[in-house]
Write a protein that binds this ligand. Sequence first.
Ligand SMILES: CC(C)(COP(=O)(O)OP(=O)(O)OC[C@H]1O[C@@H](n2cnc3c(N)ncnc32)[C@H](O)[C@@H]1OP(=O)(O)O)[C@@H](O)C(=O)NCCC(=O)NCCS
Length: 164
Amino acid sequence: MEGLLLRQMREEDLEEVYKINASSFTTDAWSMDAFKREFRLPYSRRFVMERNGKVVAYVIYWVIKEEATVMTFAVRTDLRGKGIGKRLLMESIKLLRGEAGKVVLDVRKSNIRAIRLYKRLGFEVVCERERFYSDGESALLMSLSVDKIDGGHGNKGTEALLAD
Ligand SMILES: CC(C)(COP(=O)(O)OP(=O)(O)OC[C@H]1O[C@@H](n2cnc3c(N)ncnc32)[C@H](O)[C@@H]1OP(=O)(O)O)[C@@H](O)C(=O)NCCC(=O)NCCS
């Protein structure tokens, strides 16, 4: 998809980010306060994908001791299945290369679409965490070495990587 722009998340993006999050997660949605808190955490890294000036996807990582954990990640409901999620993860992981050697995440076992995306990027299942979520569902812990993310590909269509 053309016209995508990856950039740092700003506080004024939060209204849109909150909406995408709320429509993406039923039991695990974040409060607005939780999003605002991220801007005060020194280990929080936040990115959005913009299209035609509108935020269409976001991801937040915590980088601690060279390990980046995906805390929340979603694409706007009506724009899924077009490669935006994959592009956002791939490009943002590249930006974390200098400070993280590994990316980890937990994903619901039933979230086939997300699991497929992670596997396509090279993530591997480390283990299953039984009854990880409050509703009793188990999680898969997945992990990726950042040097597995290809530096030369996947950049097409991303117009700029801003570091403001
Ligand atoms: C998971 C999510 C972020 C994926 O974003 P997306 O932009 O739709 O994903 P992409 O279009 O980049 O697709 C990536 C891969 O997912 C798979 N995929 C895409 N659409 C799919 C569909 N309709 N059904 C099954 N798999 C699909 C494909 O394997 C695709 O890779 P490929 O086409 O190169 O083989 C998005 O579905 C979402 O926001 N879900 C709700 C929130 C969520 O579950 N977040 C992750 C929590 S761990």
